[in-house]
Ligand binder design. Structure first.
Ligand code: AHM
Ligand code: MG
Length: 339
């Protein structure tokens, strides 16, 4: 459920309109969002060319979590670091691909933003030409008198000032929220501009899709197994509610984006080998949770809002249930409402 845009508008002009709603704004935040869209265009160009050049395949190195790093991961990571690091609005950058955050703080009064991102999510799919994405979250510095430190870095999603994602799919789309709805822009490669294509995205209250890696079923808890069974067969057959259909790409941005538009729920529950979940709070779950909530959906770790989870480290992982509000609230009940 998305309104058709009333006007032809580039993302840069949309972001400038946003700035006008805050007359005291310095322009730093606007510049920061523009830097992210610029980086996204460069990465998009490289992703679409990837099949043509010898850039595919693993580098053979592992990232900090022991996963094989793809060449395009490295490239996207370098592009985002470069684009975010040059203008001086950002005091901390954190990436899924870097073990430690990068501090760039000249002191209070400047460098007001913290940006955490996953430069190329779902990159294990690249060799098969399956959609991948970038996810980002922007927080504001807390330390107004001192240099930034852990209290600036480790903020919950509830403190996000903006977040969004880029999906490099059959077309490249940029979706973001900065507190005034969720808006989507489609890249027109012929002019190199993201054009407003999905204004005020709202997600259905109940969806018809569930998305989960069912190959993990033997490693789930009995509660998760029963929850997925009811998603499949119908959670309340007595009232005539049928089950949902299954869609799973294995690329979070693509699975999330489809469910946001069509209605549905994505699950990455804890497994016996990953009891804390697989997905990262700060660069994956929290930024998408803000998009979901601002589109009328909801995201939970199984017990309460993802947005309320306070990170204990940059690479903290969480279970994730995200999508249509009614579906996620029902999943929370099924899992026991322990918080
Ligand atoms: P990545 O950030 O290393 O690409 O891993 C995250 C990806 C998500 O895009 C996707 O939802 C999930 O891992 C898929 O995991 P699995 O293959 O276990 O189903
Ligand atoms: Mg990822």
């Amino acid at each position: 459920m998305t309104q058709s845009p009333r006007i032809l508008q580039t993302i840069e002009s949309h972001i400038l309109d946003l700035q006008k709603l805050h007359p005291s704004a310095s322009g730093d935040f606007t510049g920061l969002l523009n830097d992210i869209t610029f980086a996204a265009k460069i990465v998009s160009r490289e992703v679409t060319k990837a099949g043509l050049v010898d850039i595919l395949g693993a580098t053979g190195e592992s990232n900090v979590q022991g996963e094989v790093v793809q060449k395009l991961d490295d490239y996207a990571n370098a592009v985002f670091l470069k684009c975010l690091g040059t203008r001086g609005q950002v005091c901390i950058m954190g990436s899924e691909e870097l073990a430690d955050p990068i501090f760039n703080d000249a002191g209070p009064g400047s460098h007001n933003y913290i940006v955490i991102f996953d430069p190329l999510d779902g990159s294990s799919n690249i060799d098969a030409n399956v959609s991948v994405g970038t996810i980002f979250g922007i927080w504001k510095r807390r330390s107004l008198l001192n240099k930034v430190g852990p209290t600036d870095l480790l903020q919950p999603g509830r403190q996000l000032v903006a977040s969004g994602y880029v999906i490099y799919g059959s077309s490249t789309m940029f979706v973001y929220t900065a507190g005034h709805g969720v808006h989507g822009f489609t890249l027109d490669p012929s002019i190199g501009e993201f054009l407003l294509s999905h204004e005020h995205i709202t997600t259905p209250f109940v969806g018809g899709i569930y998305s989960v890696n069912e190959g993990n079923e033997p490693k789930w808890t009995p509660e998760v197994r029963e929850t997925v069974r009811q998603l499949k067969y119908g959670r309340d057959s007595a009232k005539g509610k049928g089950g949902k259909t299954s869609r799973y790409i294995g690329s979070l941005v693509a699975d999330f984006h489809r469910n946001l538009l069509y209605g549905g729920v994505f699950l990455y529950p804890p497994t016996a080998d990953k009891p804390g979940g697989k997905l990262r709070l700060m660069c994956e779950a929290a930024p998408l949770a803000l998009v979901a909530e601002n589109a009328g959906g909801y995201a939970s770790d199984g017990h309460g809002p993802i947005l309320d989870v306070v990170p204990d480290q940059l690479h903290m992982r969480v279970p994730l249930y995200i999508g249509s509000r009614d579906d996620v609230l029902w999943i929370e009940k099924m899992l026991g409402d322990k918080r």
